[in-house]
Design a protein around this ligand. Structure first.
Ligand SMILES: [Zn+2]
Length: 136
């Protein structure tokens, strides 16, 4: 995973947070959990043969969300963590490699090249929209 892709995940997290904060009245600190949810799935990069299979599926998302809820006893935080994870999965599903949403079987993929022009455009657009939403 290239640097720009991580930045795109962060930009998308900012976009999701801006919507949650501005339009749904979410507290500002939930940004931390959206960002965590958008970054943690890529911890499976430490096991390259399982990348996008081990932590990039709905079962892992549900498991991590339940674990966070049990540790924090805070449904709101677990909910925003799950939203961050879902955002990560959606973005990764746009790439050529795609995501095995169920952890097995077919994968959902697009034609976006990680670190490519479109990836950079997404990053800039999500960042700009997040700032615009938060500022207006
Ligand atoms: Zn990923």
């Amino acid at each position: 995973m290239s640097f720009i892709k991580k930045v795109t995940h962060l930009a998308f997290s900012g976009f999701l947070w801006a919507i949650a904060w501005k339009y749904f009245g979410a507290p500002a600190y939930v940004a931390v959990f959206i960002v965590a949810g958008s970054i943690i799935p890529d911890l499976d990069l430490f096991f390259p043969q399982y990348h996008r299979k081990m932590l990039h599926n709905l079962f892992a998302l549900i498991g991590m969300t339940i674990l966070l809820f049990l540790l924090s006893s805070n449904f709101l935080l677990a909910q925003f963590f799950a939203i961050g994870c879902l955002g990560h999965f959606i973005l990764d599903s746009l790439t050529e490699k795609g995501v095995w949403w169920l952890g097995f079987g077919g994968r959902i993929h697009g034609s976006l090249r990680t670190g490519g022009f479109l990836d950079r455009c997404f990053c800039v657009c999500f960042s700009a929209i997040a700032v615009a939403i938060a500022a207006i």
